[in-house]
Design a protein around this ligand. Structure first.
Ligand SMILES: [Cu+2]
Length: 359
C-alpha cells in the first residue's frame, strides 16, 4: 500500500468520526439522551452481529478454498494419501463445530436482543447438559487421537522388510544439508559428533573402514523411485527439522543423536513435472525449524528418478575419505579427540591470561 492509501484511510476515519459527531449534536438539539440504549439500537446490534458472523463464515470458506493450494503440495510417497486423509478428517471434524458455534452465536444475538418485557432465562446448574458437552467432545477427540496414532504408527513403522530398504544419511548444519550414501559395501561408516573438526565436516570415524567408501554430496540428494528408503538424520550444531513436504515426511535433526524416517517415493521428478504441467518443478528438502539467521536458505534439491539413472548418478559421485594422505579426517580415537578439545580449552585460558596482561 502506498502513502496515498494510508491518507485515504485516515481521512475516511476522520470523516466517519465527524458524521457521528453531527448525529450526536442533532440528537442533543432534539432533546433526546444520546447515552440511552433503545430497543431499536439493540435490534440493530443483533442484526449486525448476525451479518458479521455470516460474513466471517463466508470469508473463512472463501479462504479455505482459495489458499488450499498452499496447505500441502500433491503427495508423492506411498504413505502420503494416508496422511492427507487424516488431515482431511481432522479438518471436517473440527470444521463442523466451528461453523455451528459461530452460526448459533450470531443467531442468538440476533433473535434474543434485549427488549422490554423479555426476561433472560437463567440456568444455574444442569448435570445432564454438562455431561453431554463433556462426553461428546471427549469421545470425538479420543477417536481422532486413536486414528492419528494408528496412522502415525503405520507411517513410521511400515511393514517393508529392513533388508529391502536402502539407507541414506542426511546431515543438517547451519545452513546446509549434506547427504551421505554408503559406498560399495552398502554400509554407512560410523560417525561421532565429537569428530566434527577441521575438514572432517561429517564427523566421520575413519577408524571404521566401512566409512572409507562413503559418498558425501552437498545440497543434493537422489532417490530411486518405488524403493523404500530410510533416511537417517543428524545435526552438527543446533536442532534442524528435515521437511520433505511432497513425501509427507518431517523429522527433527538433533545434535548428538540419530533420528530416522522410512518412506517410499512413488513419483519421479519427471512424473511430477508432467502431472503439474510445470517444467521447472523440483522436490526439495527444507529446514522447518528456525535455526538461525539464514534458516530460510537451508534447502536441498531432491531428485527422484528411475533406478538405472540413480545408479548412474551415484557412480559418478566422489568418495568423501581420500585416504590418510589427504588432509581430511585425521585418524583419531575418541580419547584423542577429547585431548584436543582439552587443549583448546587451555588455549582459551592462555588467551584470557594474555588479555589480562594487556589490561
Ligand atoms: Cu535449519
Amino acid at each position: 500500500m502506498g502513502v496515498l492509501h494510508y491518507i485515504v484511510i485516515i481521512l475516511g476515519l476522520l470523516a466517519g468520526w465527524k458524521v457521528i459527531r453531527v448525529y450526536e449534536l442533532s440528537e442533543e438539539l432534539r432533546g433526546s439522551d444520546t447515552e440511552e440504549v433503545t430497543t431499536t439500537d439493540n435490534r440493530w446490534n443483533g442484526i449486525l452481529m448476525l451479518v458479521m458472523m455470516l460474513a466471517f463464515l463466508a470469508m473463512a470458506v472463501y479462504e479455505v478454498f482459495t489458499y488450499q493450494q498452499f496447505l500441502l503440495p500433491p503427495a508423492s510417497s506411498a504413505h502420503g494419501p494416508e496422511i492427507d486423509q487424516l488431515l482431511f478428517v481432522s479438518f471436517v471434524i473440527i470444521g463442523i463445530p466451528f461453523v455451528a458455534c459461530h452460526l448459533v452465536l450470531g443467531w442468538f444475538a440476533f433473535a434474543y436482543f434485549m427488549k422490554d418485557g423479555r426476561e433472560a432465562y437463567y440456568i444455574s446448574h444442569n448435570n445432564r447438559l454438562e455431561f453431554i458437552w463433556t462426553a461428546i467432545p471427549t469421545v470425538v477427540l479420543f477417536a481422532l487421537i486413536f486414528y492419528g496414532l494408528a496412522v502415525w504408527d503405520s507411517v513410521i513403522a511400515p511393514t517393508q522388510k529392513e533388508e529391502d530398504t536402502m539407507v541414506v544419511e542426511v546431515l543438517g548444519k547451519q545452513f546446509q544439508w549434506v547427504a551421505r550414501y554408503p559406498g560399495d559395501d552398502g554400509e554407512l561408516g560410523g560417525v561421532n559428533y565429537r569428530l566434527f573438526e577441521g575438514t572432517n565436516s561429517m564427523g566421520l570415524d575413519v577408524e571404521d573402514t566401512s566409512a572409507h567408501d562413503d559418498i558425501v554430496i552437498l545440497g543434493e540428494m537422489h532417490l530411486p523411485v518405488n524403493k523404500t528408503v530410510r533416511i537417517q538424520f543428524r545435526s552438527q550444531d543446533v536442532i534442524h527439522s528435515a521437511y520433505l513436504p511432497h513425501f509427507r515426511v518431517q523429522m527433527n535433526c538433533v545434535p548428538g543423536m540419530s533420528t530416522s524416517f522410512k518412506f517410499t517415493p512413488v513419483k519421479t521428478t519427471e512424473d511430477m513435472r508432467e502431472e503439474l504441467s510445470n517444467e521447472t518443478f523440483d522436490y526439495y528438502l527444507l529446514c522447518n525449524k528456525i535455526c538461525g539467521a539464514a534458516h530460510y536458505t537451508m534447502k536441498m534439491l531432491v531428485v527422484v528418478e528411475p533406478e538405472e539413472d540413480y545408479n548412474k548418478w551415484l557412480g559418478e559421485q566422489k568418495v568423501f575419505y581420500a585416504g590418510e594422505e589427504s588432509n581430511i579426517a585425521p585418524v583419531e580415537t575418541l580419547a584423542e579427540a577429547e585431548d584436543i578439545s582439552g587443549e583448546e580449552e587451555s588455549t582459551d585460558e592462555e588467551s584470557v591470561e594474555a588479555e589480562k596482561t594487556k589490561i
